[in-house]
Each structure stands twice: as structure tokens, then as C-alpha cells.
Design a protein around this ligand. Structure first.
Ligand code: IMP
Ligand code: ZN
Length: 348
């Protein structure tokens, strides 16, 4: 990350709902990983997209492959998850939903179950160490891996939802949007929803996903990631927009990720105002703060400066994100009380 956000955006209490663990690793943590595995010959330019740089979506997915080589053991995952949680906390995030795709690694003996257990352990350790952020976890399904793996992942998520007293709250659908089709994953997603997992689905991240988005919106999910090409001006359709609005499904919007990943040509052409101006619930998120060299304060500041929004409007946006979270009602109430308490000091 090259710049720091203004004090207001750093002090603003924030909610992060769309953060992929391995995309969120900071420069400092990547350094530690590289030191652990010098034989891989991985440099920073292979794990992050600096300011002014852009990559095709395909190149972005290559970056994740490199990072996965660096993070392949329980020890790595514990360090990465703790560092990421602490960095969000330092950036003023009071409630964080992290998501990650369980992976097995033959070399290190890592299993998908250990993978999730280690992230849960990281959440517990951060709490014990006094990190002042409530963290919940979404188990991610990589769309590339098809029906069977999706179903296994849902079963794993269900087990953890029951065994972690509410730390695992939902299921994410992500991965390269140009690979695979949502229709193959519908039974797994419906099963997950039926068992009580909340669904946060990447949707219409690239053009030509209209049919898939229509199928996914019929579930319907609890939140949408990106939704860049849902509306008619972007080649989507009014009927997709109607479904999103009728069900009041919040959108997780990640400006820098979309610009650097080139699914949106520039900040000013981002779809944020299309939804925001109609009063639809929008949540500003980072997606992959490490890969895209950003943080949540910078994303709020960027949205405000691009679309001319006041501090008061940004405060409202961060407060409204509480209701879009998968936190239980009691925690939402606690968070709202925190916002009320902090307001006079932040909105001076
Ligand atoms: P992980 O799940 O913690 O390993 O985080 C990296 C993974 O998140 C990638 O391999 C993708 O599956 C997913 N991911 C990260 N960013 C995006 C995105 O912008 N679109 C779709 N999937 C993404
Ligand atoms: Zn994402």
C-alpha cells in the first residue's frame, strides 16, 4: 500500500464483509512467508498489483496461485490469518467477515478440515490477545472445482457452523468467473442455505453471466459480491435488478479490486452510484487488500472523493453495513451501540 487514508476514514468505525484471506496478506506478512520459503524464488511483484498497475482477471487469478504456494501449512495459515485480522483491526474495522477456500496440501499434510480449524484458532487467539474486532468466517467454494467438491465444502461448512458456536456463519461462492457454471453448484448452495448458512455469492463479475445470475438470484442469496454486470447499462437486465431489489439483497462493492482487475474501466465508472443512489444497501469492501494494495479506509475515501459524498454520508454507509452482516441480532445491537458512542469523536 503506497498511501494512507485521511484521519477521518481511519478513525471511522468500519465493517468489512468481503475479504478473501489469501488475497488480504500484507507486504510485511508476504516478506515473512518469502523468508520461510526462499527456494520458491517468489518476489513481491508476483503477489501484489501496485498503484497505477492493472491486470486482466486471468492474471489476477495467477497471483492467487503464487500466494497459495507461499501459504501451504498450518503454521503459515495461522500466521497469515492472525496478521490479517490484526491489520483490519488497526484500520478501524470493528466487525470482520473473512472468507477462504479450504485447501489440502499433500506436501505438508494439510487437510481441508485442519485448514478451517487453523483459521478458527487464529480468531480465538486474536480475541485472547485483546484484538478489538469481532471476526466471523465464511467457508468459500471455488466454482472451478465443480459439483462434488462444492457439496463436500458445504458439508464441512455445516459441521463447523455447528461446532464453532457461531463463528462460521456462511458460505461464499468465488473463483474465476470465466470457469464453471453456477447451475452445477445450485444443489450445494441450496443445501447450505437450508442448513442455516448465509450465502454470499460472487455474481455477474464479468459480462455474459446473465443466465447464471438469474439462477443464483432465484435461491436467493443473502448478499451479492460485485454484481458489476447486473444492470441494463452494463449489459444486464431490468429483471435481474428487480430480483435484487425485491429481495433487498445487499451488494458488496470493491472499487479498487474492480478497477485493477479491469472489470470496471475507472473509479468514476464504477457501479456503486447506480445502486447507492436508488437507496439499495451497498457495502464498501476490499476484496483482496494485499493483492490490490489497499485497505478499507482507503476504499471509503476513494468512494467519497469519486462520488462527492460527505463524511456524514460515509458514516451512514459504514453504520448500515452492520445490518448487512451475518452477525446475530445481539451482536448487531452491540455494534450499533459502539457506533453511537464513537460518533461524536469521529464526526467532529
Ligand atoms: P483464499 O480463498 O483465501 O485462498 O483467497 C483467494 C481466493 O479467493 C482465490 O483463489 C479466488 O478463488 C477467490 N477470489 C479472490 N478474489 C476474487 C475475485 O475478485 N473474484 C472471484 N474470486 C476471488
Ligand atoms: Zn471477492
Amino acid at each position: 500500500m503506497e498511501t494512507e487514508a485521511d484521519a477521518f476514514y481511519r478513525e471511522l468505525p468500519k465493517v468489512e464483509l468481503h475479504a478473501h484471506l489469501n488475497g488480504s496478506i500484507s507486504f510485511a506478512t508476504i516478506e515473512k512467508l518469502i523468508a520461510r520459503k526462499p527456494h520458491l524464488n517468489i518476489g513481491h511483484s508476483m503477489t501484489a498489483i501496485q498503484s497505477g498497475q492493472r491486470r486482466t482477471l486471468e492474471e489476477c487469478f495467477q497471483v492467487f496461485k503464487v500466494i497459495h504456494q507461499l501459504v501451504d501449512s498450518e503454521e503459515d495459515i495461522l500466521m497469515v490469518a492472525k496478521d490479517v485480522i490484526k491489520e483490519f483491526a488497526d484500520d478501524g474495522v470493528k466487525y470482520l467477515e473473512l472468507r477462504s477456500t479450504p485447501r489440502e496440501e499433500k506436501n505438508t499434510g494439510l487437510t481441508k478440515k485442519n485448514y478451517v480449524e487453523t483459521i478458527i484458532e487464529a480468531i480465538h487467539q486474536c480475541k485472547k490477545e485483546g484484538v478489538d474486532t469481532e471476526v466471523r468466517f465464511l467457508v468459500a467454494v471455488d466454482r472451478r472445482n465443480g459439483t462434488e467438491v462444492a457439496m463436500e465444502t458445504v458439508k464441512l461448512a455445516e459441521e463447523f457452523m455447528l461446532s464453532t458456536s457461531g463463528l462460521v456463519v456462511g458460505l461464499d461462492l468465488s473463483g474465476d468467473p470465466t470457469v464453471g457454471h453456477g447451475k452445477d453448484l445450485l444443489p450445494a448452495l441450496e443445501k447450505a442455505k437450508h442448513s442455516g448458512l448465509k450465502l454470499a455469492l460472487h455474481m455477474s463479475e464479468v459480462p455474459s453471466q446473465m443466465e447464471e445470475s438469474d439462477l443464483l438470484l432465484n435461491i436467493p442469496p443473502h448478499r451479492i459480491g460485485h454484481g458489476t454486470f447486473l444492470h441494463p447499462e452494463m449489459g444486464g437486465s431490468q429483471s435481474l435488478v428487480d430480483k435484487v431489489q425485491k429481495n433487498n439483497i445487499p451488494l458488496e462493492l470493491c472499487l479498487t479490486s474492480n478497477v485493477k482487475g479491469q472489470t470496471v474501466p475507472s473509479y468514476s465508472q464504477h457501479h456503486f452510484p447506480y445502486w447507492y443512489q436508488s437507496g439499495h444497501p451497498c457495502v464498501i469492501c476490499t476484496d483482496d487488500k494485499g493483492v490490490f494494495c489497499t485497505n478499507l479506509s482507503l476504499e471509503y475515501q476513494r468512494a467519497a472523493s469519486t462520488f462527492g459524498l460527505s463524511h456524514e454520508a460515509m458514516w451512514k454507509l459504514s453504520q448500515q453495513a452492520i445490518d448487512c452482516s451475518f452477525a446475530p441480532d445481539a451482536l448487531k445491537d452491540q455494534l450499533k451501540q459502539r457506533w453511537t458512542k464513537l460518533r461524536p469523536a469521529v464526526l467532529r
